[in-house]
Design a protein around this ligand. Structure first.
Ligand code: AMP
Length: 274
């Protein structure tokens, strides 16, 4: 497995792989890898000859009062997990070589990123779109794999690919959960046992709304349940799965999305209405 830290060297290597006729899959991550990330790498391996995993805690997608500095990092463990999952190359750039002095070009998606996490985390999707576009260009990928765990992110990236004519395919993989039902997340490492138990209410809440339910009524119930469990709600929304516009009445294909604080840890989860 190859290790790259310099964007230019990665880009050259990937271009060379393309010349040889290899299909390249990219799996962008912020590291501290868990089974959710590994499911993406394994899927990438099934679909391409070369799998490039990026491990980069992207400063541009964090707000000033968010957890950029204390976001968990473990390069050694990530390296081992990538190798075991079958990656061909891992890209561990530094923020200095991803964002050169006077970096001044960013990508703004101006529809799907306005609500939900975009409304609570100003600048978040600007950071996500910018770094993902850079990773697409660096990896020459034919396909990029994302998780449904970040539902809004996946929709925003798909829109960016469509609107900016990136010549690649986006694949979105299901949420991998702990046995308990808790959606796997690098941030779960912040939770103590008590909080982990309390946080289970999120996966229960996103599965509660059913087709035909009135959004206002069911949302109120779910929010009350989450707060009663001891979490602080950030948002609970029932939206059309494609447009992310709030549904008055829940229908098949809608996305039920939640963000809530378990202590200081912000957790997200979602499910699609059957
Ligand atoms: P992150 O490292 O949290 O930025 O996530 C990198 C990629 O892994 C994103 O596409 C996430 O949606 C995906 N991912 C994170 N957690 C999970 C999970 N529990 N199941 C599936 N994919 C996930």
């Amino acid at each position: 497995m190859k290790k790259f830290t310099d964007p230019a060297i990665l880009q050259k290597w990937c271009a060379n792989q393309k010349k040889k006729g290899n299909k390249i899959a990219l799996v962008p991550t912020m590291g501290y890898l868990h089974e959710g990330h590994l499911s993406l790498i394994r899927e990438a391996k099934k679909r391409a000859d070369i799998v490039v995993v990026s491990v980069f805690v992207n400063p541009v997608q964090f707000g000033p009062n968010e957890d950029y500095d204390k976001y968990p990092r473990d390069e050694k463990a990530d390296w081992k997990k990538c190798r075991e999952a079958g990656a061909s190359a891992v890209f561990f750039p530094t923020k200095e070589n991803m964002y050169l002095d006077r970096h001044s070009v960013y990508i703004n998606e101006e529809d799907l990123s306005l609500g939900l996490c975009g409304a609570r985390r100003p600048g978040h999707f600007r950071g996500v779109c910018t770094v993902v576009a850079k990773l697409f260009n660096l990896s020459h990928c034919d396909i990029a794999i994302f998780g449904q765990k970040d539902y809004q992110q996946a929709q925003v990236i798909k829109r960016m690919v469509r609107d900016l004519n990136f010549d690649l395919e986006i694949v979105v993989m299901p949420i991998v959960r702990e046995k308990s039902g808790l959606a796997m997340s690098s941030r779960n490492t912040y939770l103590d046992e008590d909080m982990r138990k309390k946080a289970l209410v999120l996966s229960e809440a996103v599965r509660t709304p059913k087709a035909g339910d009135k959004t206002a009524v069911i949302s109120k119930k779910c929010i009350a349940k989450i707060e009663k469990a001891g979490l602080k709600i950030d948002y609970f929304e029932c939206v059309d799965g494609a447009t992310l516009v709030r549904s008055a009445k829940i229908k098949k294909g809608d996305a039920i999305l939640v963000a809530a604080f378990a202590g200081k840890t912000r957790l997200i989860d979602n499910s699609i209405v059957k």
